[in-house]
Design a binder for this molecule. Sequence first.
Ligand SMILES: [Zn+2]
Length: 217
Amino acid sequence: MLPEEVYDVAQKKGMLHFFHANSLATSISLLKLNSLASRKHVESSGLAQTVQYTDDIDKSLGVWNDVFLDTVDIHRRASRRNNYGPILFVFDSKIILSASGVRITKTNPSKWQINTPIEQRYFTSIAELDTDWNAGNFDQMITLQTPNGAIPFDRNFLSVIIDDPATGDAPSKDYIAAEEEVSKLTNRTITRRQCTSWCKCKENYQSSWITSKMFSI
Ligand SMILES: [Zn+2]
């Protein structure tokens, strides 16, 4: 499917923004590369990248050099921590026009087997996408293909939202450190995430190992 065709469907469905969440360490690498980059691209650059349990399977499934985006802010929509990380990059949905190819998954690649047929992995026609692509479905991820696995940050990179893992009203030291590092590398607006009272993220961050994994530099 052509990026232009997919963009038109996204527009029709009211998807104005796309999102990419990551750990602090990987986010810093993306900012240093001044690009939204694939796992492969970050690894090849020699910059830091937080390990994900899907890394090996991603390589064998052919998505290691893809750039991943979500159609919603998962943390906000699901009222829980985003498993990919506390740093959220917000883009204009026009970002997909910068790719040479785009595919929308039907399920998260972590659920695929090596022999999962292509039509079970991805939407295979614009008509199918038009009917079944929903912003609320977290399994349906946008994967972008480019020759080098990176999309330079340009005017489509709008802002950054950072989680605060602590419960207090005042910014915690994890948040302050993250904001400081991110602000050194971008002039985009950075905001401290405001959660609803029923959001589970503070509870999710209570297990300290996840907080230190996600907020370490
Ligand atoms: Zn929250």
